[in-house]
Design a binder for this molecule. Structure first.
Ligand code: BT5
Length: 326
């Protein structure tokens, strides 16, 4: 029973880190049998929660290990909606896939699906996304803003600004930049990729699935050969490991704030913030779209988040979706 499970988790979270709650207390709190409590505990363990049980004392969540579960994220969380429902799993195919199933069950705005590892993490156009187990943030945020479908791609930019400002807030020594539309680079190497997918019904967005992948605690030797020259992690750049749960909570704060701004005022309010962190504007780039390859100077983005590329002929073209090389 899903709701017993949620209430058990809530009770475990509320108990202080080292306090055990007895099975009898949980049963009373949830108004179900001891057997149902036991099943809920088992199901939480299957999701990946580590629950310590002691014969005479009962149960407690393991708050010491380095996990990105609700027990670790909630103490940092300052939001009203984003991150208030956390679906945590040890391993999934892709957090995007799990999130799209949850949307069918009407999961609320702001739900985050987060996993220690993914067996089929993906980037844009079905490209593979390398997910080093327990060393990064691999999560999907479910947003349900009231916007028309054509605006959905702008959420990649909204999320990029949220992630980069969360990073800057926690690690001020880093100098990350956004590479349009969905990468965050440090020293030219990719730390973060964002993938926005949409579930829509004709003229309205039902849900946006904002997938965020951040390399956090990998050493260079954790990356496969093909990523050695193009990827990096925050730990490599900082010289020490970092608390993944803290960054998750910080991203939730920025994303909540920026999503509200976006829904009220559109992208225009966020455009300046985006430009402040952009490593693309003013640079000569090559853009590979589905149809053609274009070269020129990236001169800006529009109020709708469309990249403006000035070709050598002087003509300015709007780029809606592409891979770019600097
Ligand atoms: C992206 O695609 O950058 C979007 C990545 C989104 C990943 C998150 S993780 C949580 C959620 N669940 C998912 O299944 N996905 C999302 P794109 O721009 O297409 O870049 C993909 C390319 O990045 C690959 O072809 C590789 O070259 C490179 N790449 C793959 N894994 C990487 C990693 N861990 N770090 C840096 N670069 C990587």
């Amino acid at each position: 029973n899903g709701s017993t499970k949620e209430r058990v988790l809530q009770a475990l979270l509320q108990a202080k880190k080292d306090d055990y709650i007895s099975g009898a207390q949980l049963a009373t709190f949830c108004d179900v049998s001891r057997t149902s409590i036991w099943k809920a505990i088992q199901s939480l363990e299957q999701d990946g929660y580590t629950i310590v049980s002691a014969k005479t004392k009962g149960y407690r969540l393991d708050g010491d290990s380095d996990f990105v579960d609700a027990a670790h994220i909630e103490p940092y969380l300052q939001t009203k909606e984003i991150g208030r429902t956390i679906v945590y799993k040890k391993e999934v195919t892709s957090t995007q896939t799990v999130a799209s199933e949850l949307v069918k069950e009407n999961t609320p705005h702001g739900t985050i699906v987060i996993a220690e590892s993914q067996t089929a993490g993906r980037g844009r156009m079905e490209r593979p996304w390398e997910t080093t187990a327990a060393k990064g943030i691999w999560m999907t945020v479910v947003l349900r803003p009231d916007i028309p479908p054509h605006q959905a791609p702008q959420f990649t930019l909204v999320a990029a600004v949220a992630v980069i400002n969360a990073m800057k807030a926690l690690y001020p020594s880093l100098e990350p930049v956004i590479k349009w539309p969905n990468d965050i680079l440090i020293g030219g190497k990719k730390t973060t990729g964002i993938l926005t997918e949409m579930l829509a019904e004709s003229d309205r967005v039902n849900a946006l699935l904002v997938g965020i992948g951040i390399n956090m605690n990998q050493a260079m030797s954790d990356f496969p050969d093909e990523l050695q020259t193009i990827a990096t992690s925050l730990a490599v750049e900082l010289g020490h490991t970092v608390d993944r749960a803290e960054l998750v909570a910080m991203i939730c704060s920025y994303l909540e704030n920026y999503t509200q701004l976006y829904v009220k005022h559109g992208f225009s309010r966020l455009k300046t913030l985006w430009e402040e962190s952009s490593g693309t504007i003013g640079k000569r780039i090559r853009a590979t779209t589905l149809r053609e390859v274009l070269e020129g100077i990236a001169i800006g983005i529009t109020e709708d988040g469309v990249l403006q590329l000035q070709l050598d002929s002087g003509e300015v073209r709007g780029i809606y979706s592409a891979d770019i090389e600097l």
